[in-house]
Structures are given as C-alpha cells and as structure tokens.
Design a protein around this ligand. Structure first.
Ligand code: WT7
Length: 631
C-alpha cells in the first residue's frame, strides 16, 4: 500500500516527520515498492561534490513496479488511453496486460538488435503509446533513454545523440500535429549523418508516409517485434544506475543532460503523483504535456503507471480541429484529473466561452498547472470555466532537475491561493536566500529559492560532465541546491514563484537559454553579434526578443530578420524562433565590454526611460538608437 495523505493535519504531520527524520520517512515510502534486494542505507549524500545516493545498494527494475505488479492485480484495467490528433481516427486503449506484453515484446526486440544494459537510446517520437512502450522497454533491459522532443531540429537532435553517445534512435515515419504532417524520420536521417555512434534506427509506421530505409541500419518497428516473445525478464538495476537522461537549457552553453536514476526517481514520481492529484483507483487522469519534456516522463508515464492509474495520452494540439478539443476529450473519456500549462489556458481563454458549448466537464475533480507562473486572471478563468468552481487547482512548481513536483497544494486538502504554489511536499526543505547566500527566515520574505536537503527524485549529475552539475546547481550557494528561480514567501508561509533570476527564459512553458539562442543567431553569415532577452508575452508568458548587429548592406532589414528566424529554426527548432528581431548598429555595453542586458530587457518590455545607473555605459547613443527603432 502506498502512502496517501488524506487530510490537512495528515499533511502537516507527514511534513513534520519528513523534516525531523527524513530517512525514516523515505524508508517508509520506498517500502511500498517491489525491490529485488533491499537497500543498506536510505541516503548517502553531500552537496559539495555533489554526491547523492538514495536507497544505497538496493536492486530493482522500475518496470516490475508497473508491469509485473499490476498485470496480476488488475491486468484488465486501462493503463493508457490514447486519443489521436484527428478526432475521426479511433482512440486506443492498452490495459496493463497489453502494456506488459507489448513492452516485453519490444524489450526482446531491443536485445535482438544488440542493446545491452547501460546503452543509450534516443527516442524521437510522436505522442503515441509506442513512445511509452519504448521508454519502458529501455528501462526493462537496463538501457538509458533520452527523449528528444520531436519538434527539435536535426542539428539539435544530433547534438544530443552525440553528447550521450547513443547507439540507437527510435522514431516514426511522420508526426501529425494539428493540420500539419511532419516527416520526422527524415529529420533523424539528417541528424544521424553526423552521429558515428548510431548503429540502428527503428521506425514506427504512424502515417504510412514515404521514408528512405537504409540497409543494415534502418528497421521497421513492426518487423523487429515480429515473432518476439511477450515475456522478457527484467534486468536487475542498482538504485543509482541511470534510468534516463533528459536535455534541458541553462544560462550558459549547450543544453545539458540531466541524469535521473532508477530507485529514487521511481519512489519520487509515484509518491508525488498519487498525493498531489489525489488519484483514486478507476479515475482517468490526463496530462497534456509531451513525453519529450520532464512533465511527460514523470506525469504521463512513470508516476501514473507506477500507481496503477489510467493515463490519457493525447497526440494533438489544443486548437485542432478547433479550440474546443480539450473539452471534447475530457467529455469523451470522462477525465477526472486534468493537468496542463498556463500558456495553453491563456491561448484557450482568448477563444472565449463558445468552445465549451455542449461539452460535459462534470467528470473533472482536480485541475493542475505546470511549467511557468500562472497569472491570477488565467487561474480564475481555469477555476471558473473549466473547473466550474468546484475543482481545486494544484499549481505545481518543479523542474527537469527535480524529477518531480516540489511545491504544490495537495488537491482538495491544501487551501489554495491564486498564483501560489503554496507549500512544500513532504520531504522537501526549501529555503529562501538573499544575494549573499544568507537564509531569510520567517514569513514575508523574498529572494532566491534553494533546497537544503536531498530528495529521491533529484538530479544526480549532468551527463559526462559532473563539474558542470556542481557549478550550475551547487556552487552559487554552497551546501544548497540552487533552483534558478526567484520566490516570495508570504505572511501565511505560502510560496509564490516569481520566475527565473538567471539568463533562462520560459517561452510557453519551454525553457530556453538566451546564450543558446544567441549562438544559433550568430551562425547566420551576416550576423556580427546578438543579444537575446525575454519580454512579457500575453499568451506565451515570455516572448523572445533578439537585438542583432548584422551586415545589412546586401539585404533589407525585413529579409535579414526572416533569415535569422529561419537560422534559429534550423539550429534549434520552431520553439526557439525569436518573436521579435531588431537589427541594430550597436549593443549597450559597459566599458569592459559586457552587454547591459538590464537595459535591453527594459526596452523589450516597452520601457524607454528609467534605466537606473547607466554611468558605466560606453556609448549612450546606442540606447537612443535602439529605442527609436524598437519593435
Ligand atoms: C522552470 C523549470 C516542471 C516541468 C515543466 C518545466 C518554471 C515550472 C512552475 C510553476 C512557476 C514554474 C520555473 C522552473 N516553472 N513550474 N508552477 N510556477 N514557475 O520544467 O523546463 O525544467 O523548467 O519552469 O522557472 O525553474 P523545466
């Protein structure tokens, strides 16, 4: 039996215990899983190296806690309900028994193709059940999956394949997204041209579109599973063996591979899922994210399936064929818990209330929000029109690096406050620090958010570069994990996330490094230098504003701007395309040559005076010129 909080006093009690005796607390949670061998020690850690080992020497396979576990207790229960992009195509349901068989079969196929424990496999797939089957099959045989969101470009895909030295890519012929059909196998072909470690590519037939199959490298999914057994013994994994790598953007350099391991991640994903959403047997739970992001890993696949839940997987987008699609799906599958991002809520809000007409949303019990701060207006719209004033909203704050939800109400139990992630989950010890690293105690304080004690789902390292992990998360405030977020704790002790305090921007809930976008822009042959900042965007939360110094003697500014957007599209993907590109003759720099981003941010926000102290500015006329030609 898992540990499920039932009341507010129950939450407060568990929280207390989890802080006073963290090892006893997590020991109790971990005991609710099936282990091949019990751990010797709950946690062995220091934040200096950092070294983070949970459930030391424990042996397990995460898929046994999904497949073997529920196959016998409720094999006929739907594990995955899949809703396709096109509403006229039939939906599919996979029971726990189906999942057991299909994962095992694909696991055997992976072995047949030479995959061994520890090998890395990149998954570049649409939102179809086979994506989840692929993840679980990797975990079953001990391979490490690294999913790359299927909207990333071939260059971005190749970078990630090369960074983790993957042996295999799993993909599909094409990907349906709204009215578009995207030939993703062709993107993989282009990427693996530059990836010497790739031995094979397995392609799922999703659309039947034409693809080129390369002899002795490319195989069809349906061919490789043919004749394979539906039984496959689960590889014995150490608690700290790698489960997956997921690339995410930071304030400097290329995206880094966040590493999560088998034991701790399993415990944390399950515990947080069941408690935050208050999932009960028989409920239909739907998270609208993509498996290419951490939300999809923890709260479409692992958390729900480890709970024996029914998880709905949606292939499409919120506005296809129209802005009522989400509500159609809720009505059709009688969804009980619905988890989405503020950017989707704001986009749908813009379509008014017509899309709700004729849709029965009465099955909904809990609403969730994730990915970026939810503004009060969107919170109320969500509460009133989707939740019909009767569903608690769980505003869940967490990160790729945290593996699971950290600050959040427990649905229906923690009193909520619009735009507040409210309180830490049991086991999480947040602290607010000032610039100097002094802890700000008590209520009504504001500063940077750190966590002072480890939790099982946390990042272990950045793949292939442990020092980068240390520098990024553990050296700004020694002895603490630094989140990169600003936060306020109000008079009631409630937490409100204020947004990133580093050079990371959050566009439609997607994390983007300003340096990463600048590097892509600088690839354009006529670009000399660029500076990228975020600015408030009504729907996306933040938009991307690029100030670019370029040689415009051969092109009009307008065509240069378009070419720059196309360059970013090619190097990273459509999600990184700047919303605004302004060609400038100079950037505001200090005498020592540092770009004064503060000024650029203000201009992007539409503020044209009050720049604060500009005495270090080398050439103030640059600022006047930028303002004059502002977008
Ligand atoms: C960053 C992490 C966690 C899954 C999706 C994003 C922001 C996330 C919230 C929230 C305010 C939030 C933070 C965080 N963020 N959730 N409920 N309220 N901000 O994961 O791509 O790793 O991004 O997203 O700034 O640091 P990610």
């Amino acid at each position: 039996m898992s540990i499920k909080i039932q009341t507010l006093s129950g939450y407060l009690h568990e929280y207390q215990k989890s802080v006073l005796e963290p090892e006893a607390f997590w020991n109790r949670v971990a005991e609710t899983f099936h282990w091949k061998k019990q751990w010797d020690k709950v946690v062995d850690w220091n934040f200096e190296e950092p070294k983070i080992n949970w459930f030391v020497n424990g042996k397990l396979n995460i898929t046994e806690n999904i497949l073997d576990r529920y196959m016998y207790t409720h094999g006929d229960r739907p594990a995955i309900i899949w809703e396709p992009n096109d509403p006229s195509e039939a939906s599919r349901t996979l029971t726990y028994k189906d999942l057991y068989e299909q994962v095992n079969q694909f696991s055997n196929a992976l072995k047949q193709k030479g995959i061994k424990k520890g090998d890395r496999i990149v998954i570049y797939m649409p939102m179809v059940p086979e994506a989840a089957i692929a993840m679980l099959a990797c975990a079953r045989v001990g391979a490490v999956h690294s999913i790359v969101f299927a909207g990333f470009s071939s260059t971005a895909l190749a970078d990630r394949i090369n960074d983790c030295q993957a042996k295999m890519v799993l993909t599909s012929d094409e990907n349906y997204r709204g009215a578009k059909v995207i030939p993703i196998k062709a993107v993989v072909d282009e990427a693996v041209e530059n990836c010497s470690t790739i031995e094979s590519v397995i392609t799922l037939c999703r659309t039947g579109g034409e693809v080129i199959m390369k002899q002795d490298r490319d195989y069809w999914w349906h061919d490789v599973i043919e004749g394979e057994s539906t039984i496959c013994e689960a590889e014995e994994m150490d608690s700290e063996d790698l489960l997956f790598i997921l690339y995410t953007s930071g304030s400097t350099g290329k995206p880094k591979g966040v590493v999560h391991t088998c034991g701790g991640y399993m415990v944390y994903a399950q515990f947080t899922f069941e408690n935050v959403f208050q999932y009960t047997a028989g409920d239909v739970y739907w998270c609208t994210a993509d498996v290419g992001w951490i939300t999809g890993h923890s709260y479409i696949v692992y958390g729900p399936l480890l709970t024996g839940a029914t998880t709905l997987m949606f292939e499409g987008i919120p506005t296809y064929p129209d802005a009522g699609r989400f509500w159609d799906v809720v009505d059709k599958h009688k969804v009980n818990q619905f988890y989405t991002a503020p950017t989707a809520i704001r986009a749908l809000e813009a379509h008014g209330l017509d899309p709700f007409k004729g849709k029965d949303l009465s099955s909904l019990k809990v609403l969730g929000s994730v990915g970026e701060p939810i503004n009060e207006e969107a919170w109320h719209w969500y509460h009133d029109h989707v939740g019909k004033n009767k569903c608690p909203i769980v505003d869940t704050w967490w990160q790729t690096e945290t593996g699971g939800i950290m600050l959040s109400p427990i649905a229906g139990i923690t009193p909520t406050k619009p735009s507040y992630a409210t309180l830490p989950l049991p086991g999480i010890q947040p602290v607010i620090v000032d610039e100097k690293g002094q802890e700000l105690k008590g209520n009504s304080v504001q500063g940077n958010l750190c966590i002072k004690y480890p939790w099982p789902g946390m990042i272990r390292t950045t793949y292939g570069d442990h020092d980068r992990c240390k520098q990024t998360y553990f050296s700004t405030y020694p002895g603490m994990y630094f989140t990169g977020d600003g936060v306020k704790r109000d008079e009631d002790g409630y937490y409100r996330i204020l947004g990133r305090v580093d050079d990371v921007i959050n566009v439609s809930g997607h994390r983007m490094g300003t340096a990463e976008v600048e590097n892509a822009i600088n690839e354009h042959p006529l670009v000399i230098e660029s500076a990228v900042v975020g600015y408030p965007h009504e729907i996306k939360g933040q938009g991307i504003y690029a100030y670019v110094i370029a040689d415009d003697s051969q092109r009009s500014a307008a065509s240069l701007e378009n070419e720059i957007r196309a360059t970013v599209n090619k190097i990273i993907g459509p999600i990184a395309k700047p919303d605004k590109v302004q060609i400038v003759t100079g950037l505001p720099k200090t005498r020592s040559g540092k770009i004064m981003r503060r000024i650029l941010r203000k201009i992007a926000e539409g503020q044209t005076d009050n720049f604060g102290d500009t005495s270090t500015l080398l050439d103030p006329t640059v600022v006047d010129e930028i303002i004059e030609n502002m977008k």
